[in-house]
Design a protein around this ligand. Structure first.
Ligand SMILES: [Zn+2]
Length: 304
């Protein structure tokens, strides 16, 4: 399904839109938010002492390579949160263009991800461009989905690259996992520092906050955050990053873990189904995925 979407959306070698996340002179790295396809975000983490860079989820290889060249950045590694083509679609091009490129993915998505050179497990740290990225297993959207956590202890808040596991005010579809998998995933993410900045894989914030507000129509917090997100989008700006603290305040899937008198697994399933069918296009996609899940039923994925 993602392959079809990626193909329909096309690709090219022109320079993508890029937004620099503010950092200061003491920062060991700088993050660049890079627009890809229709609503994906890829990220570049650039080590400030060497201009070496790590790309997270480079959906478009030619654009990523062109961007690195224009910025005089040496791309040394790719981190994939999961195998879907709108996250790993640039792997093959980059691996052929940049000999020696490290391509990293979670161990359970290895077989479905192009050009992998290294697999990582939950809790494992990997040194790239002089920076340490910790793998956090977050299965559910795919069996092998992982997030990458970066804390350089340099005064800037840690960064969490969450792919399609966790979005601003939402989470990814349960394509290969169940509510139980998502509960484990959310607990694993909730254990990270609350000031961590969340860099997710898609610009879905406005739709997610509209859904959250439909569940809690009197919430001023949600109204304010929806207005702020709409204002940013009206200026053409990304709504990422949020923080894990903000997510635990407004994200209905996090809130489901703590709602008293409610079975959180039932609630997670209900919330996800509600979001899947919240819009008309969502209903159509859900019908297609329901057929797919009849043949490939989701599993209660353990965090290995
Ligand atoms: Zn995905």
């Amino acid at each position: 399904m993602d392959t079809v979407f990626a193909w329909l959306q096309g690709s090219g070698s022109e320079l993508p839109e890029v937004y620099d996340v503010p950092s200061d002179g003491t920062s060991r790295y700088q993050i660049k938010i890079v627009k890809a396809l229709s609503d994906n975000y890829m990220y570049l983490v650039v080590a400030t002492d060497s201009a070496r860079a790590v790309a997270i989820d480079p959906a478009e290889g030619e654009k990523t390579a062109a961007l690195c060249k224009s910025l005089e950045i040496d791309l040394v590694a790719v981190l994939n949160t999961h195998y879907h083509a709108d996250h790993s679609g640039g792997n093959a091009f980059l691996a052929s263009a940049l000999p020696g490129l490290e391509v990293v993915v979670g161990e359970r998505d290895v077989d479905r991800t192009p050009a992998v050179t290294r697999r990582v497990q939950d809790g494992e740290s990997i040194e790239l461009a002089g920076l340490s990225f910790r793998c956090v297993a977050t299965p559910c959207h795919t069996r092998g989905h992982v997030c990458f956590f970066l804390d350089a202890d340099d005064g800037q808040a840690p960064a969490l690259f969450s792919g399609d596991a966790l979005f601003v005010a939402g989470c990814g579809r349960f394509m290969e996992g169940t509510a139980l998998s998502m509960r484990r995933t959310l607990h694993a993410l909730a254990a990270l520092p609350k000031n961590s900045r969340l860099f997710c894989g898609h610009e879905y914030t406005v739709g997610n906050l509209e859904y959250a507000l439909s569940l809690e129509p009197s919430s001023n917090l949600l109204k304010d955050r929806l207005d702020a997100a709409k204002a940013k989008r009206a200026e053409g700006l990304p709504t990422v990053p949020s923080t894990l603290l903000e997510e635990q305040e407004h994200n209905p899937f996090f809130l489901a873990l703590n709602s008293e008198g409610v079975d959180d697994l039932t609630e997670l399933s209900r919330l996800r189904r509600g979001k899947d069918t919240f819009t008309f296009p969502g209903k159509i996609i859900t019908m297609v995925l329901d057929v797919q899940s009849y043949f490939y039923p989701p599993v209660d994925e353990e965090i290995p």
